[in-house]
Design a protein. Structure first.
Length: 303
């Protein structure tokens, strides 16, 4: 265990990635469980590799998000989650319940908003004498904007078996930008996966070049006369869309939720129940990866 390390898992980012990355897998009863397997495998990997003292999960709820209310076309190109995926969510929730991992969801917000708010609230609650390290486990690189001295992103980049740890230097290495500039980067280039429009005609290289030169989206528009030709025209004609895209890309840190770090401390779980449930799902290969059962806080007080 690494003291003062809080790992935050974006559940639905991992569930969706696993559903599309892992071939169909069914229980003896014929129930599809490939997303459950992928998520559980990623969870066990995160516990083993990251050794957190604290662990919590952020989830999406089915109600429309604040981004959808702001921009009706947000993620509009994505088909509704298939029943084959929806049917697996209760299994994932049961896995988290067995492991005694707190799950947080708020209507109108996505898992990444939940996680960002937990980080913000935790920083505010804990004095500088107790510096918490935050590691966000996800398959969605939108969260790179949250990276700072205390916060890293552990991205399940290829399926569920490989991961990349993004700190400030790694973000700079990959994109040539600071994490704090990632929102403006997406405001310019857009994000097809979320149907965020950006500025038509501006791709990744041009977006990076503009942000490096001017520092931010606001400064780009403040210095628009210095930008000439077709690029100036594109920026001028799509100014409103650029700032809308910036707003849609920014992860919320003010979700109305209560979070107490102490509630996320890893403690004992029912290992027998976990083994029984994994056997029920046909996940025998994951049983050997279960973390050792720990004493509960109440048991430790008696020692």
């Amino acid at each position: 265990m690494i003291k003062n390390r809080l790992v935050l898992i974006d559940a639905f980012a991992l569930i969706h990635r696993a559903f599309h990355a892992i071939p169909p897998l069914t229980t003896k009863d014929g129930n599809l469980v490939n997303a459950v397997y992928g998520f559980t495998s990623a969870l066990l990997s995160a516990i083993r590799e990251l050794e957190p003292e604290y662990l919590a999960v952020g989830i999406d709820l089915p109600k429309p998000t604040h981004r959808k209310k702001e921009f009706a076309e947000y993620k509009a190109h994505r088909p509704p989650a298939p029943d084959e995926l929806k049917s697996q969510i209760p299994y994932v929730m049961e896995v988290l319940k067995i492991f005694n991992i707190p799950v947080v969801g708020v209507e109108g917000y996505e898992g990444e908003d939940i996680i960002a708010t937990i980080v913000a609230k935790s920083k505010a609650q804990n004095p500088k004498s107790k510096i918490i390290e935050y590691i966000i486990v996800t398959g969605d690189l939108d969260t790179l904007q949250l990276v700072d001295e205390q916060t890293k992103v552990y991205s399940m980049a290829r399926g569920t078996n490989q991961a990349i740890m993004y700190d400030e230097a790694k973000v700079q290495e990959r994109y040539g930008l600071k994490p704090s500039q990632f929102v403006d980067f997406k405001a310019l280039k857009g994000d097809p996966s979320d149907n965020i429009p950006g500025v038509p005609g501006i791709g990744e290289k041009t977006a990076v070049k503009l942000i490096i030169e001017f520092g931010s989206l606001g400064n780009i528009y403040a210095n628009l006369p210095k930008i000439t030709g077709k690029l100036q025209t594109l920026l001028k004609e799509n100014k409103e869309q650029a700032f809308l895209s910036q707003k849609l890309s920014k992860i919320a840190t003010d979700v109305p939720l209560d979070f107490n770090l102490a509630d996320a401390r890893i403690h004992d779980y029912d290992q027998k129940a976990a083994i029984s449930f994994l056997n029920q799902l046909g996940f025998k290969s994951l049983i050997s990866r279960l973390p050792a059962a720990k004493r509960t806080a109440e048991q430790e007080k008696l020692l």
